[in-house]
Write a protein that binds this ligand. Sequence first.
Ligand code: SF4
Length: 270
Amino acid sequence: MNDTTAHESSTSPPAATAQERTLLRRMRSSCATQPIYKWTLPAFAGRLPDGRTYNTCPSAGICKNLCYARSGTFRFSNVMRAHESNLQYVLDEPEAWESEMIEELKNDRFHKPNVLTHVRVHDSGDYFSEDYLDAWLRIMRKTPEVVFYSYTKEVELFEKRVRPKPPANFRWRYSYGGLQDELIEPGHLHVDVFPDEETLAEAGYTSQAPSDLRGAYGPETLGIPANNIAHLKKRQGARTFRALQRAANAEKKDRRAKRSGPAARRPKSD
Ligand code: SF4
């Protein structure tokens, strides 16, 4: 993942048959000379039609309550079906999914003269397991002519599995509002969601609004102005995702300390 306002409004068609299906869809914000395709999972937690429960964003923090991909068109039944069918394919037939993804990326539509194709991995959802991340790393290495990028909250997993030897065609960026915010260090490319463009500029951040590719090529400090969804804007208030997560962490710590009682907080005597 990922972050709320980095998601595009989704109007995916109903789930297709295996013959008709394409795994990647073109992002509406992309242009002819720099097309962007996206791979989408359902956001956060839910239940598949066969009854299995899932969580595609295990490190989601406060972002789950402000998640654009959990409201609006993303909740339309045909859109949810398409995203859940993507997830089911990954879970049930991981090898077939991986081969099909590589095959699809070798298709001519991704390889036009003088055109660099980008794939945003996760319009919503995140790298929910090490095996799933490893599958993507293999896909990236096998399709070096395509550039991949992601926003993610899986900081620990990425520092362990990706940072030491990343595929040359992969760019990633940590996004605030997750359970692993405290692992984001100075120098790490990151993105925070701001209430609006003004607060973003005041903080010295660069806005992602002109192009989603700033997620891939933008500076260390990238900001996203909150989407114009009234109830989410109201819930976010005047703070950034980073500030909200920090406050939530502090509250949690405080609650824990209160539950432990004064004895546990009393300094030990020798
Ligand atoms: S990590 Fe998941 S819950 Fe959080 S904003 Fe991204 S898609 Fe939504």
